[in-house]
Ligand binder design. Sequence first.
Ligand SMILES: C[S@@+](CC[C@H](N)C(=O)[O-])C[C@H]1O[C@@H](n2cnc3c(N)ncnc32)[C@H](O)[C@@H]1O
Length: 490
Amino acid sequence: MKNKIYYGDNLDVLRKYIKDESIDLCYIDPPFNSKRNYNQIYNNIGKEDKAQAQVFVDTWEWDDQAIKGLAEIKENYNGVFTRQSINLISGLEKVLEKGSLLAYLVSMTLRIAEIHRVLKETGSFYLHCDPTASHYLKLVLDAIFCSKGGEFQNEIAWCYATPSGARNKFPRKHDVIFYYVKSKDYCFNIQRIAHKSGLHNTGQSWKSKSGTNDHVRNLEKQGKKVEDWWTDIYPVDRLRREMLGYPTQKPEALLERIIRTSSNEGDVVLDAYCGCGTTVAVAEKLQRNWIGIDITYQSISLILKRLEDQKEKALENIEINGVPKDFESAVALANKKDDRTRKEFEKWIVLTYSKNRAIINEKKGGDKGIDGIAYIVDRNENGELENREVLFSVKSNEILTPAVIRELNGTVEREKAACGILLILYPMPNLVKDCKQYGHYQNKFIGNDYPKIQVISVEEIFEGKRLLFPTNTMDVLKSAETHTVQKDIL
Ligand SMILES: C[S@@+](CC[C@H](N)C(=O)[O-])C[C@H]1O[C@@H](n2cnc3c(N)ncnc32)[C@H](O)[C@@H]1O
């Protein structure tokens, strides 16, 4: 099968596109009901402040979605809800009343019931959460899995040591990972770690060969079985080489352990909340087939970049669904109303045109109107390498006047950026002509002149037009040293 990425709400994607009993292993790391919204932090080279963009929302309200979801559970929509899960949610409605926590649990119940449907009879499910709502989530999981022949296997405590400011309680230093199976017949490859060092050794799936002395000696050599509390896997903020700036990124070693334990090569792994794509990146490395779903374009873009960085031409073998492919779907994205995501059209167009290299800008105030920034390399007057900014402004209006171009030029001058690019939904030849009056920007590194202000339409993006400056500073500087930077044209 072709590996697949879906850009959209996982409930819709699961219901519409994922077949019954087609998945061997599903891991999810959904929002924890942490009552905060998460930002992506970009390393803004040359800037003191860190650019941030909201990646996803983890605040819950009793809103229309919650009302609809509760009704669907009670009506047993799609026939996926067990009597126990219907009774559980109806009971919790009385206990918790219609508020934030019930909205969160309704959302999780809808999705876990679909995940149960798509798992093969031999399938396994891991739900990553934390003590904020883990006790409630276990009830939901028991009601869905155990009443249909499945079993609770473990509550794994993933323990980590990170600094804590807690003064009035014990610092919270573990996440909870619930592990369930759909039936008694499931895949479990024992994992071992070194006895003393605590170093993890997820690389081996151990097969018993009956009780010989050799076997006992082998056992010693191979280390002890991994138990249900994991202290040997560092969180990503201690693993600089893995850090992508994504707020809740999980370490690859964690996913490696789960994937090796509960699947074999060629099996299908699903992550329905895939964030920056840790599960799919590890599944790819371990030669599993995979499906990843996420609702925000920043995640989709990070996953695409991550896979491409991991393996050349990786994207050629991936089916990407839900991402605009023609004018109509771009218009639909621009007009989409969704409280839980913001500025998805802006994110999609900036990230697509910049080949996933730009940074999404959500700062208010001075640089209002700037939706994204790409960093390009140039030389200063002394011939030293320096970063310059390319500013992106996105407009999806049907009518635009030359004032937008003038404003963009004003912002480019004020911010001392290299150039500005207006990304538009509806083609506007007049605006394109208008840009000429603003002249050129000369890039001393590449040695070429480029229009200072440009207008690029969605149509041109579908025709394949992309930002051709080398945009990732670190990549550029590294390759600059080895003289391999291509002199691309903008
Ligand atoms: C905690 S993060 C996952 C992090 C991930 N494990 C990683 O290592 O990068 C949760 C993700 O779920 C996504 N998400 C939230 N609600 C969703 C939904 N209804 N459908 C699909 N994705 C959703 C968010 O956009 C976010 O990227």
